[in-house]
Design a protein around this ligand. Structure first.
Ligand code: HEC
Length: 494
């Protein structure tokens, strides 16, 4: 290391590269780090937060499987910060100062095909605590739309910490919206009921436009409502937000649909019941078998305030080798996000996916919402817990003889409709299969279909809760499309 570590030579480049995107006026971080004075005012605190890995905020541990947008300082950068703070925060040669980075905070998607905004603006009062609100946005689309790119634009970047967009086609959000007199309605862990697809799209600060690659698309169905679940950070003065979602439609005729689905949940826990006694520290384990070859784009674990670790790993069916997809040693609800792989991963049929999460219900857990700690059970409320891992998956193979459209990732009331576009006159068979490959029901067999959109009523009432998929094949036993869904009880998220 150089003899003397100085601000302009060594530290400013590190801060500008890793911190200033959030630590500048009108962004999420409470203090700007633009000038020498800004930064030296927080010198020892900066040293503390980088050594404890609290900043830059990034929960996953370093791993062989790389994630997009990894935010991590190198050992060398941390050592430089330590040496600089310990030696009295020397400025060095100001002539070597970099110019302040130029940030363009305008939306990046210039000519979106559709924009969906919150109907009213929401005012976060000058309260020093976080708020969690759901805003219902009707889309009024005339037809199902395939989407190739999405950008969430926070209306106020100082307070919007994250937004998870769910979609639903029912009226279940109406009573919740009516019950809360303010704009939107309050809900902590989930949107207050089990939507057709939870976290259809997710946003965290610094994310930018999300482009779906390789012919993969999201579907926004006719009649869908978007549910913006926004986490507002604390503020000392009243601030307003009106966020929006910008969307680009796909022009590809054949596409593979990406769905986000919590394939790890309470129904595949191996150590039930899901209860954590007061003062107890407990680990839970869940697993599922990959039912057919899938492309995995991202994963997103979710626990509430008692959660303190996560590990998701796979075991190859042949070699029995295991591979860690994600490991979090210090879970922090505030920084939850969807972790996208730098390249989509192949999840081969038969692979076993495991998840382990630890919950700390002692007084030592400073985030514990109950004082004294009380027994914890399943639920979306702040004093309850969830054990979920969302997997953003698309099929590897899709036939051009059929195009699946939007279909629910979660089914709650024992029946749902399965939508697809039939592209050639053909005889089709449709079945429900569980994740162990056991056929659980036949919807129809060798039924003749004309070309055009189809809506099939599916009954899932007698299925035990858990993971399933729908498979449509033709007369030659050729599989044309598959789609995973989770059959859940009505109050799964209540
Ligand atoms: C993704 C946005 C983001 C980035 C990048 C980021 N910060 Fe922060 N930082 C925050 C937020 C938000 C807070 C407020 C505390 C919280 O919410 O946890 C914060 C708080 C802090 C604090 C105060 C800690 C406290 O306990 O109040 C320090 C010091 C800090 N950051 C340093 C850094 C440094 C140094 C970097 C770069 C190496 C960095 N931050 C990168 C968002 C960010």
């Amino acid at each position: 290391m150089a003899q003397t570590v100085t601000f302009y030579e060594d530290i400013q480049p590190i801060i500008f590269k890793n911190c200033t995107s959030c630590h500048r006026p009108s962004q999420i971080a409470p203090m700007p780090f633009l000038s020498f004075d800004d930064i030296t005012a927080y010198g020892s605190m900066i040293k503390y937060v980088v050594n404890t890995n609290y900043m830059p905020p990034w929960m996953p541990e370093p791993n062989q499987v790389h994630l997009r947008n990894e935010r991590r300082l190198s050992k060398k950068e941390i050592n430089l910060i330590n040496a600089w703070v310990d030696s009295g925060m020397e400025p060095g040669n100001a002539a070597k100062s970099l110019s302040t980075p130029d940030y363009d905070d305008q939306p990046k998607m210039k000519k979106p095909d559709a924009v969906f905004s919150m109907q009213d603006s929401f005012e976060q009062y000058g309260v020093y605590y976080d708020q969690y609100k759901v805003f219902v946005i009707p889309t009024d689309l005339e037809e199902d739309k395939k989407i190739s790119a999405i950008e969430f634009v926070p209306g106020n970047s100082t307070i919007v910490r994250s937004c998870f967009v769910s979609i639903d086609r029912t009226d279940r959000s109406d009573p919740l919206d009516e019950w809360d007199p303010t704009s939107g309605y309050f809900s902590f862990g989930e949107v207050g009921f089990t939507p057709m697809e939870s976290r259809w799209f997710t946003w965290n600060p610094l994310q930018g436009v999300k482009d779906y690659e390789d012919g993969a698309v999201k579907v926004l169905p006719k009649g869908a409502k978007l549910l913006f679940h926004i986490h507002y950070g604390p503020t000392s003065k009243p601030l307003k937000d009106r966020s929006e979602l910008r969307i680009r439609f796909s022009k590809e005729p054949d596409s593979k649909i990406i769905q986000n689905i919590p394939l790890i949940h309470k129904y595949n826990l191996t150590n039930l019941p899901f209860e954590i006694e007061s003062k107890e520290v407990k680990r839970f384990h869940s697993k599922f078998i990959v039912p057919y070859d899938l492309s995995l784009h991202s994963i997103m674990p979710h626990s509430n305030l008692l959660g303190n670790t996560w590990e998701v790993f796979t075991v190859d069916p042949k070699s029995k080798k295991s591979k860690v997809l994600l490991r979090i040693e210090d879970w922090d609800f505030k920084w939850k996000e969807q972790y996208a792989f730098s390249e989509p991963m192949l999840l081969k049929k038969g692979t076993v996916v495991h998840a382990l999460a630890q919950y700390d219900n002692s007084e030592k857990n400073l985030s514990n919402p109950s004082d004294p700690p009380r027994k914890m059970t399943w639920g979306k409320r702040m004093f309850e817990e969830l054990f979920l891992v969302y997997f953003e998956v698309s099929p590897i193979e899709e036939s051009s003889k059929i195009q699946a459209l939007f279909n629910p990732s979660m089914v709650t009331n024992g029946k749902f409709s399965f939508d697809f576009e039939n592209k050639t006159p053909q005889k089709l068979t449709m079945e429900i299969i569980d994740f162990k490959g056991v056929k659980k029901g036949s919807i129809f067999q060798n039924k003749q279909f004309h070309v055009g959109p189809q809506k099939i009523d599916v009954n899932s009432k007698d299925l035990p809760f858990g993971n399933y998929y729908i498979e449509i094949s033709n007369e030659n036993q050729e599989v044309l499309t598959r789609h995973c869904f989770l059959n859940v009880e009505q109050d799964f998220f209540e």
